[in-house]
Design a protein around this ligand. Sequence first.
Ligand code: PGA
Length: 259
Amino acid sequence: MMNSRIPLMAGNWKMNLKLDEAVALTNAIGEHSRELKDIEVMVAPPFTSLHAVQKAAAGKRILLAGQNMHWEPSGAFTGEISPRMLVEAGCTHVILGHSERRSLFGETSDIVDQKARAADLMGLIPIVCIGETLDDREAGKTFEVIRTQLEGSLRHFREDERLPFSTILAYEPVWAIGTGRTATPEQAQEVHRFIRDWLETAFNSGTANLIRILYGGSVKPDNVRDLMDQSDIDGTLVGGASLKAETFIPIMRFQDPVT
Ligand code: PGA
């Protein structure tokens, strides 16, 4: 059965690209994104480029996401950005709990949960990231770790017994991020299926069917099709290959006939 989940191809620029490069890349993406009717395209620039990228992206069917945010609406939180500030900068989405946030900046699932709740209250769609490390995988703990991260990061929504259908999850095995070592499509599908089954148990089957689950970790033009062919992979969150038009455009155009 075909599902109704629209593929989402997102670029996470991390702490890369100067302002002029960010605008040039947005312009290049915009020349293609406009024609892509049944695919959503998104970029997550550094905070300081958001305003300029938003201007360049206007009218070009490019969604804008923050890479992180604080959960409070305002206050004495030096160096932080609030949900409202992201909305004002033109963001509709925010990436939360990326493995770099978790491992380098001490972000726990509890924090991700607070942020996801705050994003939702502000009308920002959270993209909640989860993923196991190589040690976890080799110890046979992949599913246990994924379950624990899901339970912790979506705790408020579980208490409310409602996960907004627009919420996005991103499965990013830590061992595949920036390493050139992609999960095989089958490995990724196995975890995506597990996540969807968990959504059905934690919420209900309607939620499980509608929530999009992205794959991230060394997505490239030459592996994107096989990944997107998997029934539970609904899009990709791309790091390295999202920084250049030559690699991101073929990824977002993965449905084009191979020439
Ligand atoms: P990568 O990063 O594509 O460079 O592996 C993915 C991510 O961290 O979102």
